[in-house]
Ligand binder design. Structure first.
Ligand code: SAM
Length: 224
């Protein structure tokens, strides 16, 4: 085959592979949006803690209010809590109806909330912007380069607050790939470096989602 034909075939092949992967990401985002819009604001029987996360409220009590970022903010229970405590809060999520609910609540509660419809991958976390970043019930941080983005985005002394299901909880639920593996979260931050782990616990607690007793991972780190 002539060289230029080979080149054309390679370009066609790569372009179509790229188009496929873009579609796949869009489809994934659409599934996430649909699922969480339904659970968080569409289905009144879905069970979750509508009050602020306990680890977050305990952590916030011992910090001075500043700028906070709520990653995957959902319907805003944590973002609204921080805003009521005097924090300047930004939150993002793919679930547009859940975010719209949070915006409405902010108006009703007379607090300021900045929101964006974005994914973990597309949100611009910025540089030394945040005194606190929350990542609550948003998965196990399996996103390329995310620990570096978090490090860059936090101000020195800024806090990162995390809670999610442990892998053992996933196995108990019959979902063997769900939940974070033993020590995985701590390792992400110790490998990245530049953080001090203030709290890391793997223990039973009442999960904010489902409200059952499950093995959970609780973590608070600070940027050095
Ligand atoms: C279990 S809810 C937790 C919401 C909130 N953090 C809380 O604690 O109430 C998970 C949230 O993650 C969001 N989410 C899942 N995958 C996402 C992604 N790739 N980018 C942005 N948000 C995502 C969902 O839309 C949903 O609102």
């Amino acid at each position: 085959m002539k060289a230029h034909k080979m080149l054309l075939l390679t370009i066609l092949c790569c372009t179509s592979a790229l188009a496929q992967s873009v579609t796949t990401l869009e489809e994934r985002n659409e599934r996430i949006r649909e699922r969480w819009n339904r659970s968080l604001v569409g289905d009144s029987s879905y069970t979750f803690n509508k009050e602020a996360n306990n680890l977050l409220s305990q952590t916030a009590k011992s910090a001075n209010p500043g700028k906070a970022l709520c990653v995957a903010m959902g319907q805003g229970r944590n973002a609204l809590y921080l805003a009521r405590q005097g924090w300047d809060v930004t939150g993002f999520d793919l679930a547009d109806k859940a975010v719209a609910f949070a915006v409405e609540q902010a108006k009703e509660q007379n607090v300021k909330l900045t929101t964006e419809i974005a994914s973990f991958e597309t949100f611009d976390y910025g540089t030394e912007q945040w005194d606190m970043i929350t990542w609550l019930y948003g998965g196990c941080l399996q996103i390329d380069g995310i620990s570096k983005k978090i490090k860059t985005a936090l101000k020195p002394g800024g806090l990162f607050v995390f809670e999610f299901f442990h892998r053992e909880a996933g196995i108990e639920m019959g979902r063997p790939n769900f939940g974070c593996e033993k020590n995985a979260l701590r390792e992400i931050f110790t490998k990245e470096g530049g953080f001090d782990v203030l709290l890391y616990e793997e223990k039973e607690g009442i999960a904010d989602y489902g409200m059952d007793t499950n093995k959970l991972i609780y973590m608070v780190v600070t940027k050095l």
